[in-house]
Design a protein around this ligand. Structure first.
Ligand code: AMP
Length: 124
């Protein structure tokens, strides 16, 4: 079910539980700023979720509240992961959903990295 993408951060969301180690994930990458793991219901051959370690509800919340280091940290991590997964040659897509109109389901800001196959025309 889509979430609003605004308001206070809910520490019981599924990504908060993954960050706390309460539930497992298939980790792809981690550094001081971000955790990246495989999407549990992949929409493409490669579908990685890249999330900040700190609690932000949405893209706007993240860009308003995160430090410059966190913002550059998630972008650099996404680029490194895409490169390390060999997506540079074949192509890929990076998106984020925010709020009800986008269908955002998990109220912890995240990037979707999709690739590994021809993707449907945008929007997917
Ligand atoms: P969004 O709709 O942009 O909020 O995307 C949420 C994504 O989280 C969806 O693609 C789900 O398949 C994915 N997801 C939900 N629960 C888990 C989980 N436990 N581990 C990995 N991915 C998950």
């Amino acid at each position: 079910m889509a979430v609003k993408g605004t308001g206070p951060y809910n520490p019981e969301n599924i990504f908060a539980k993954i960050l706390r180690g309460d539930i497992p994930c298939k980790k792809v990458f981690e550094n001081e700023w971000v955790l990246a793991f495989q999407d549990i219901a992949p929409k493409a051959a490669v579908h990685v979720l890249i999330i900040p370690k700190k609690p932000y509800v949405s893209f706007i919340d993240f860009t308003k509240s995160a430090s410059e280091d966190e913002i550059s940290g998630i972008m650099k991590a996404a680029g490194k992961i895409a490169s390390d997964l060999g997506l540079d040659e074949t192509g890929y897509r990076v998106i984020t959903n925010a709020g009800e109109n986008s269908g955002q389901e998990v109220p912890h800001f995240h990037l979707h990295l999709l690739g590994g196959q021809p993707l449907p025309p945008f929007p997917v």
